[in-house]
Design a protein around this ligand. Structure first.
Ligand code: PLP
Length: 396
């Protein structure tokens, strides 16, 4: 059975050109990039080429790019690294309630160490209000960390406006751009970003590689100690094949970004239009337009997200209920809760995230299968039966 993969916010298939670039490095370029002889220097040249690609895409300088093991590590270095460097100046951090756990959990750990953290609310459409950020600033605030695009509902935050506020108040501004890097235009200077996290496996690159952009002059300390690699902020011999793959994936994404965005928006919106015509009692979660091109999060009343996932899997269709990292936990999604969606709404939510391998025929298949699956599951739901009885009684 042909698989239809619609979970590209969880991870993406490695594209062919990237796999070839990684394999080329694994087979032919094993040198340690910190060594001086030619085998090491070959690896160094490849590493620095990838750094140049990243700097170019972000409008940054090459020495402001730090390679890491992925988005989680980049977020941890940003939060703990600034906290350690700025402790004498203040002990207050501003973030949001719907960040990824890679930001939320470091903040929670800091609270246990006496830090104070403001978790800003987001509006019902999943967008942070810049005036809320401004109001939350105190003379102890040393870091603002607000994600660019949300992984579950795809909403895109007004990063440039928040960056302006942070700059005016001389506060370090970090954005988790794991879901938006190379998908949305990002220029760190124009958006007032001091620190930015990105991850390779969300853009058809290998897993276990990421980057942290660190603006020159930002006060930040390492969270791990060792050699002098990556300006001593991330010591350890670099994962050169992975970084080369990440560089290749970024180059390719950047070249096709606009055309791909338009294609994904077309498929995403057609999917929503058709499903909302064919399935009653469903709701779009997040903002109707300020959203990642491929992300569609829908709440289905009277069904469980997990049952939908398993039934769709029988048809070869892979989708997610919440963020992949929490799909085995039974608590409602913290992102949907932050949008004011009650636990029962959260339990019936599905996230479809389309990517470059999806085609219109994948969308057709989902439009054909999903209404049947929902109908079938609802026929077993006592709540749905009760709803129908009440409707009938009300109609006389
Ligand atoms: N931040 C966001 C917004 C994410 O979506 C993810 C992964 O899902 C991460 C951070 C963690 O990235 P990684 O899997 O590279 O550690």
């Amino acid at each position: 059975m042909a698989r239809i993969y619609l979970d590209n916010n969880a991870t993406t298939p490695v594209r062919q050109e990237v796999a070839e670039a990684v394999a080329g490095m694994l087979k032919g370029c094993y040198g340690n990039p910190s060594t001086l002889y030619c085998i090491g220097q070959e690896a160094h040249v490849s590493l620095e080429h990838a750094r140049d690609v990243m700097a170019g895409v972000l409008g940054a300088n090459r020495d402001e790019i730090i390679f890491t093991s992925g988005g989680t590590e980049s977020d941890n270095i940003a939060v703990f690294g600034v906290a350690r460097a700025m402790r004498k100046k203040g002990n207050h951090i501003i973030t949001t309630k719907f960040e990824h756990h890679a930001v939320l959990n470091p903040c929670k750990a800091l609270e246990k160490d006496g830090w104070s953290v403001t978790y800003l609310p987001v509006g019902p459409e999943g967008v942070v209000e810049p005036s809320d950020v401004e109001r939350a600033i105190t003379d102890k605030t040393v870091l603002i960390s607000i994600m660019h695009a949300n992984n579950e509902v795809g909403t895109v935050q007004p990063i440039a406006e928040i960056g302006k506020i942070a700059k005016a108040r001389k506060i370090t501004f970090h954005t988790d751009a794991v879901q938006s890097f190379a998908k949305l235009p990002i220029k760190v200077d124009e958006m007032g970003i001091d620190l930015l996290s990105a991850s390779s496996h969300k853009i058809y690159g290998p897993k276990g590689v990421g980057l942290l952009y660190v603006r020159k002059g930002t006060k930040i300390m390492p969270i791990m100690y060792g050699g002098h690699q990556e300006r001593s902020l991330r010591p350890g011999t670099e994962n050169v094949p992975g970084i080369v793959g990440f560089g290749k994936a970024t180059e390719l994404m950047d070249a096709e970004r606009e055309a791909e965005e338009a294609r994904l928006v077309g498929m995403r919106d057609r999917l929503w239009e058709e499903l909302s015509k064919k399935i009653p009692h469903i709701k779009l979660h997040g903002h109707p337009t300020k959203r990642l091109a491929g992300t569609l999060n829908i709440g289905f009343e009277f069904v469980e997200g997990e049952s939908l996932i398993l039934r769709l899997d029988e048809y070869g269709i892979c989708v997610a209920s919440g963020s992949a990292c929490t799909s085995d936990a039974l608590e409602p999604s913290h992102v949907l809760s932050a949008l004011g969606i009650p636990p029962e709404g959260s339990h019936g939510a599905l996230r479809f995230s389309l990517g470059r391998e999806n085609t219109e025929s994948d969308v057709d298949k989902l439009i054909e299968v999903l209404p049947k699956v929902v109908d079938d599951l609802r026929s077993f739901s006592p709540l749905y039966k009760e709803y129908l009885r009440n409707q009938k009684a009300a109609a006389g």
